[in-house]
Design a protein around this ligand. Structure first.
Ligand code: HEC
Length: 164
C-alpha cells in the first residue's frame, strides 16, 4: 500500500518535473539579435517585393508591359518571396520579438503567414490575376501592423491628443 503510494507520488513528481520544464526552461535557443528594422529591411521587405514585382503592369515608352514572369525561374522568384513571407510570420512571433499588445502583434503575424500561403499557391498555379490580388492582401497586413505599431506608437510617444 505504502509502496504503491510512494511510486505514485514519485510518478507524479516526475510528471510535474517534466511539465515544469515547459515554460521558461531552456528548450530551444533562438538568436533574435537581428533588430526589427533589419528583419523588416533585409528579410521581409525584399521577400514582399520579390512577390509584388511579379504581377501587374508597367507603363513604358513602348506601351503597357505585363510584369508577370515569363520563365520558370521568374515564377520561382515570386514563389520564393511568398514562402519567405510564410516563415516571416513565424519569425515575428519568436520569443522576444512580439511588441505589446502582443495579442495584436501575433494576430498580424499569423495573418501574414496565412495570406502568404494563399499568395504562394497563386504563384504555384501561375495565376497572374490571383498573384496580383493576393499581393494586395499581403500588403494590407503590412499596413495594418505598421499603422498600429509604428504610426500609433509614434503618435502616442508624442502625446498626441485624442489617442488613448
Ligand atoms: C507584426 C507587425 C508587422 C508586420 C506584419 C510587418 N511589419 Fe514591417 N515593421 C514593423 C515594425 C514594428 C517596424 C518598425 C521597426 C522598428 O521599430 O525598428 C517595421 C518596419 C518596416 C520597414 C522599415 C525598416 C527600416 O529600415 O526602418 C519596412 C520596409 C517594413 N517594415 C516592411 C514590411 C513589409 C513589406 C511587410 C509585409 C510583407 C511588413 N513590414 C509587415 C512591424 C510589422
Amino acid at each position: 500500500m505504502n509502496r504503491v503510494l510512494v511510486l505514485t507520488v514519485t510518478g507524479l513528481a516526475l510528471a510535474l518535473a517534466g511539465c515544469s520544464q515547459l515554460p521558461g526552461a531552456k528548450r530551444v535557443e533562438y538568436n533574435t539579435d537581428l533588430p526589427m528594422n533589419e528583419l523588416m529591411g533585409h528579410v521581409i521587405d525584399p521577400a514582399a517585393w520579390a512577390y509584388w514585382r511579379g504581377s501587374g503592369t508597367e507603363i513604358t515608352a513602348e506601351g503597357e508591359r505585363d510584369l508577370s514572369p515569363t520563365t520558370e525561374e521568374g515564377w520561382l522568384v515570386v514563389e520564393n518571396g511568398a514562402a519567405t513571407l510564410i516563415e516571416a510570420g513565424n519569425l515575428l512571433q519568436m520569443p522576444g520579438r512580439p511588441r505589446a499588445p502582443e495579442a495584436d502583434w501575433n494576430r498580424y503575424s499569423k495573418q501574414l503567414t496565412e495570406r502568404a500561403m494563399v499568395a504562394r499557391a497563386a504563384a504555384e498555379r501561375k495565376d497572374k490575376q490571383a498573384v496580383f490580388d493576393e499581393g494586395g492582401r499581403v500588403y494590407e497586413v503590412c499596413q495594418a501592423c505598421h499603422k498600429q505599431f509604428i504610426i500609433d506608437a509614434q503618435e502616442n510617444a508624442q502625446g498626441s491628443p485624442g489617442k488613448k
